[in-house]
Design a protein around this ligand. Structure first.
Ligand code: FAD
Ligand code: EPU
Length: 302
């Protein structure tokens, strides 16, 4: 704990050592965080970032854990969870949202307030901060489309609003990932609540029909190669149902890897390598992981 002397005592008191993380992820996999803290304010986040830099402690920001694969041996350094910073307030055609708010709450609040656009993000789990870091979305919308500005803590430790045009959003990526998303203001178009809620229900129905939505997974394991569907390529390579230990390629949607109960991180990685190899052998396409591996970036070259 002496490493933590770089943190103000107010924050130090909140830090939990060796906090198990598996239940904080939708995959239900992974060991413990060396240190774990739930920030209550912008000041907590800034203190955590400054403290980590001073103590040379790696920092990981945890959202809803719905796009994460955490190493069985755990995560060295500090895992910072923003789930307590979760306010969602509509005003006119805009909404101000804390990074720790659930995306589902943001989407439903917009629909109830007659703000159209974000209903296209229905059914995506996780937090608003995580969604902005990933530019989460799909066939119906991407979150970057609705951003007015984002309160962001840069890697250098300064906090300021970034306006839409200062942020790079692309398929499942945004420049915000380099720092910490603290809060965001979104803007939509005027819409009718009943129509927006109906659209959300329609999207949700499709997801429940096509995806193993309630299984333990991190969503799609790989990004879609340009102009193609990773799920289709994996399916054509005969990988549905393929398993390593308790990790299995979903029989419903081939781009979902599910944990049937006791899967480990290394089993999931082995299965992903196997899938990559089969797809590469058959189609000559190298699939790129969408899920983020903690603490190391994935080494998955086939
Ligand atoms: P986490 O998994 O906690 O973190 C993901 C990354 O974001 C990490 O690198 C983390 O450090 C970073 N991060 C988190 N919070 C912050 C922050 N405040 N500031 C900076 N960086 C941060 N994704 C889609 O895009 N479309 C879908 O349709 C979709 N469907 C899914 C369905 C299921 C059943 C599941 C399990 C997942 C699905 N996903 C989908 C994947 C996942 O839900 C999204 O990527 C989601 O936006 C991740 O948000 P999170 O808060 O869970 O992030
Ligand atoms: N397909 C198959 N076999 C399968 C799965 C899919 O042949 O096992 C075919 C489908 O029949 C369809 C095509 O592949 O013709 C595309 O499939 P789908 O409509 O399910 O869309 P996707 O490209 O696989 C993307 C996102 C999802 C998002 C949906 C809906 C990626 C990697 N995936 O899936 O996002 O929910 O569109 O918008 O971009 C995620 O990113 O985690 C995720 C779940």
């Amino acid at each position: 704990m002496s490493t933590l002397l770089a943190f103000p005592s107010r924050l130090r008191r909140e830090v939990v050592p060796q906090r198990p993380l598996a239940l904080m992820t939708t995959m239900r996999i992974g060991g413990a965080a060396e240190f774990y803290v739930e920030a209550r304010s912008l000041r907590d986040v800034a203190d955590a970032v400054i403290g980590c830099r001073a103590a040379r402690l790696p920092l990981h920001v945890l959202g809803g854990g719905s796009n994460l694969l955490i190493d069985d041996a755990g995560v060295p350094g500090l895992v910072l969870n923003l789930k307590l910073m979760k306010g969602v307030k509509p005003f006119g055609s805009k909404v101000i949202v804390g990074a720790g708010a659930s995306l589902a709450n943001f989407v439903a609040t917009c629909a109830r307030a007659g703000i159209a656009g974000p209903e296209g993000l229905a059914g995506i789990p996780g937090s608003v901060g995580g969604a902005l870091a990933m530019n989460a979305g799909g066939r119906f919308a991407e979150i970057g489309e609705f951003v007015d500005r984002v309160l962001w803590l840069s890697p250098e430790g300064t906090i300021r609003y970034l306006y839409r045009e200062e942020i790079q959003f692309s398929y499942r990526h945004s420049s915000l990932r380099k720092g910490v998303v603290l809060e965001a203001i979104f803007e939509g178009k005027p819409g009718k609540t009943a129509e927006l809620l109906a659209r959300m229900q329609g999207i949700m129905k499709q997801k429940l029909a096509n995806q193993p939505y309630t299984a333990f997974s991190a969503g799609c394991a790989f990004t879609n190669p340009p102009g193609q569907s990773a799920g289709r390529l994996i399916d054509l390579a005969g990988c549905k149902g393929l398993s390593v230990g308790d990790a299995q390629v979903s029989t419903q949607h081939a781009n979902f890897i599910i944990n049937r109960g006791q899967a480990t991180c290394s089993e999931v990685l082995d299965l992903m390598r196997l899938v990559q190899k089969r797809v590469n052998d058959l189609h000559g396409v190298q699939l790129i992981p969408e899920v983020k591996a903690w603490p190391q970036p994935m080494e998955l070259a086939a």
